[in-house]
Every structure is written in structure tokens, then in C-alpha cells.
Write a protein that binds this ligand. Structure first.
Ligand SMILES: [Zn+2]
Length: 441
């Protein structure tokens, strides 16, 4: 019998965490935060807040149901904050090894190091090469390569004896990911043939028909936007996710190809790209400047101010985050000033919650008021839509489907989609955080 106990990520976007139990022994998959809960409270510093305070503002999962239970391992699917951002606060309770692909584990270590306050003692050295399986007692845990908007993402197959469950929260099917691997469809089809008792399947983007565009398409969209922007002879800004190494690589390559000097600035940009380079996951041209320290940033920004039409400034701030580089430039807090003819390319969509939407609207208003021209949504998503999710389900053929990582509406859309492809009501399970579901014999 498999027990599925979600502690976060059900009826919400963010703070993903699920415990999978076999005979009272558990594997935890992910420990994420909810960014909108944190953004809702100004001055929140995760490192300075206690676990209880963070649970109370709905920023991290309430895992009290698991206390006293035997947790054999913590397994991480990928390095986004909504999947690993709470490891520093929650993992120490369990005294269990933490497994992840090298990029995921290194990012998690970095996130914990950045939090102020005492660093918890965690076993984060278990780097699992994508595609490998680890045995945790009698439970096997397989890291199945899958594409998403961050490198080295996995779907996790957890098996004991004849019974198995696949946790596939964030994924897309991308034939041209440009960097890293494609989703291992061959292995997914094998899993379908071997017999899969259940699958937890993410529903973040099920409000879109799909299929979701490939990263190669995103690069072509960027090429058009950057080509267009370069004709104005103003300063060009491109902003995207600092963890999206593939996208950053496309922006850098296009800038050189189209005849401008790219400069990447911001602390998180520097940290994430350094981790990817250290693990040999990406190759940036040696002449690329990646600057994170305040003095170095200030110096290069002054230099750029003198020679605006030579540069592309790659920076943080696509969600209008108040402390990001782009917001500080828009506010006039740091150079360069925004002038007529400057261009801002957003290679990201706005995460649809009221805080991000209002932050971004304020940022755009300030940029436009100073004369900048804006290119929005030069981006493809990291999540499958309805068509590609149906294709994914047809490969893995689970007996039971558990929609996860989504608002109530998105979870219902997954249930509807499951019925359309032939599942009965009894095979699809929608339930909440803190509720346990038992499946199998
Ligand atoms: Zn993700």
C-alpha cells in the first residue's frame, strides 16, 4: 500500500511538499516556499523568522503531521524556490539524507547559505546523476530526466516491490531544450508498460491549451525582440529568471551575435550562473562579464552610462521585485538613468498573483514615463499545457491520477482532462494538504 500525504502544493501554487509512505516509512519529495506569502509581508527575511512564524504566514508547509514518523530520505525534484526554498527551515527535523541532482543540490545549499541566522546541519552531499536510482532501505527512488525551466529537473519514481508512484510536479515536453537533456520519454513509456499505481501530476499551466513552446522558440522570439531593440541605439535591458541558465545563455549568445556586449548583473544571476559553470552545465564566452558585488556593479553601470548603445544589460527584476536591479534603475536609485530610446525586454511572464502584478505594473509605468519602450512576454513557459499533459499521461498510464501543484480550479481542470482521456471518477483524486490517501493493496 502506498500512502500519499501532501503537506503543501495542493489548492495553491507554491510550497510543494509531499510525503510518500510505505508501511509507515516515508520519503519526502520537495520542501518549497510560497513566494506570494513572503512578498505579502514587507521586510520578511526567511533566515530571521522561525519555522512557526513562516508556517503562520502560509510561507512554508506545515509538516507537524509528519513529526515522530520515520522519514528515510528527502528527495528534491528541482532547484526552484517553490520546491527547495524551505529545506533550510524544515529538513533538520528529520535527520535524513537529502538527494537531488548536482545542480538541484548545489542550488539548495546556496539558498540555505544566503539565509541569515544559524546554518542547519544537513546532509546535502548526495548528488544523484540524472537518470540514476538510489535505494533507500527497501524503497527505490529513481530520478527521471524531464525538461522544465531550470536545468537537471527530475520526475521521481518511488517504488517498493510491485507498487510505484511517479511524482511529476513541474515539467514540459521540449524537443529543443537547447541546453541539458530532453524529457526521457522512452523511460516514461517503459514505466507505463511496467505498471504504475499512481502519478502526482502538476497542473500549474493547465489553463492553457498547449503544447508549450520549446526553448528554441523562445530564442527566436528573443532574436526578433533584440534585433528590433538594437535599431534604436538606446540602452537595451533584458530581464529573466536568474535560475534559467538556458535562457541566459540564449540572451548572451544573441547579444554577441547581433553586435552588442552583454553584461550580466545581480547577486543571484552571478550565483546561479557560477554554480552551472562549476558543474560544466553551460559554457559562457570567456569575455562575458557577470557581476554581483555592489562595487563591481556600480563601476560597470557607470561605464555603461557612457556608452549606452554598445551594451545589453541582463538583470533581475522581471516581476517588479522592489530590491531587483531593474526596479532600482527605474527608481533612479542606481545608474544608468532611463532615457528616450531605451528598450526593456521582459523574457518572463508575470506570475499571476496580485503582488507581482502590481509590482510589475508600477515598474513598467516608471520605465515608460522615462521614455523606455517595453517588450513583454518574450518567453515560453516551463510547464506543459493540456495537450502535452495528456500526451505525458498517455506515456506513463497510471492507474490513479493525483492532480497537484495548482489552485482548486487547475486541479479540477486536471480531473476533467483525465476524464476526457478515459479515466473514471474513482481513479482521479483531488484532496487537500494534510490529508492522507492510501492506494493499492
Ligand atoms: Zn519549477
Amino acid at each position: 500500500m502506498i500512502e500519499v500525504l501532501p503537506l503543501g502544493g495542493m489548492n495553491e501554487i507554491g510550497k510543494n511538499m509531499t510525503a510518500i509512505g510505505f508501511d509507515g516509512k516515508y520519503i519526502i519529495v520537495d520542501m518549497g516556499i510560497r513566494l506570494d506569502s513572503i512578498l505579502a509581508f514587507e521586510d520578511v527575511e526567511i533566515g530571521k523568522m522561525t519555522k512557526e512564524e513562516l508556517v503562520n504566514i502560509n510561507a512554508i508547509p506545515d509538516d507537524s503531521m509528519l513529526h515522530g514518523k520515520k522519514v528515510e530520505a528527502i528527495v528534491l525534484t528541482h532547484g526552484h524556490l517553490d520546491h527547495v526554498g524551505a529545506v533550510g527551515k524544515l529538513a533538520a527535523t528529520y535527520n535524513a539524507p537529502i538527494y537531488g541532482t548536482p545542480f538541484t543540490s548545489e542550488i539548495t545549499k546556496h539558498i540555505i547559505k544566503e539565509e541569515s541566522g544559524p546554518t542547519p546541519r544537513l546532509d546535502l552531499r548526495r548528488h544523484i546523476p540524472p537518470g540514476d536510482t538510489v535505494d533507500v532501505g527497501k524503497i527505490s527512488v529513481e530520478f527521471i530526466p524531464i525538461t522544465h525551466s531550470i536545468l537537471q529537473t527530475s520526475a521521481i519514481l518511488i517504488r517498493k516491490g510491485e507498487e510505484s508512484i511517479l511524482v511529476a510536479s513541474d515539467f514540459k515536453l521540449d524537443d529543443e531544450p537547447l541546453l541539458g537533456y530532453k524529457t526521457d520519454t522512452k523511460r516514461l513509456e517503459e514505466i507505463g508498460k511496467e505498471g504504475l499505481l499512481a502519478a502526482m501530476v502538476g497542473s500549474v499551466r493547465l489553463d492553457e491549451e498547449g503544447p508549450t513552446g520549446s526553448e528554441a522558440q523562445a530564442k527566436e522570439m528573443l532574436r526578433d525582440a533584440m534585433n528590433d531593440a538594437f535599431t534604436t541605439r538606446g540602452l537595451v535591458f533584458v530581464t529573466t529568471f536568474s535560475s534559467h541558465i538556458t535562457r541566459l545563455k540564449s540572451i548572451v549568445d544573441l547579444a554577441f551575435e547581433l553586435g552588442r556586449t552583454p553584461v550580466m548583473i545581480g547577486r543571484s544571476m552571478r550565483s546561479y550562473t557560477k554554480i552551472a559553470m562549476h558543474l560544466d552545465l553551460v559554457d559562457f564566452p570567456a569575455e562575458l562579464q557577470i557581476l554581483g558585488r555592489p562595487n563591481a556593479v556600480r563601476n560597470i553601470l557607470k561605464k555603461i552610462e557612457q556608452s549606452r548603445s554598445d551594451y545589453v544589460l541582463i538583470c533581475t527584476g522581471h516581476q517588479g521585485e522592489p530590491t531587483s536591479v531593474l526596479t532600482r534603475i527605474a527608481d533612479g536609485r542606481i545608474p544608468p538613468s532611463i532615457k528616450n530610446g531605451d528598450e526593456v525586454i521582459y523574457s518572463a511572464s508575470v506570475i499571476p498573483n496580485p503582488i507581482n502584478q502590481s509590482n510589475r505594473a508600477i515598474q513598467e509605468t516608471k520605465l515608460e514615463a522615462q521614455g523606455a519602450h517595453i517588450h513583454r512576454n518574450v518567453h515560453v513557459s516551463g510547464h506543459a499545457g493540456r495537450v502535452d499533459t495528456a500526451e505525458f499521461l498517455s506515456m506513463i498510464k497510471p492507474e490513479h491520477i493525483i492532480p497537484c501543484h495548482g489552485t482548486p480550479e487547475k486541479l479540477r481542470t486536471m480531473a476533467e482532462l483525465s476524464r476526457q482521456i478515459g479515466y473514471s471518477g474513482k481513479q482521479v483524486h483531488i484532496f487537500g494538504n494534510g490529508i492522507s490517501l492510501k492506494l493499492g493493496g
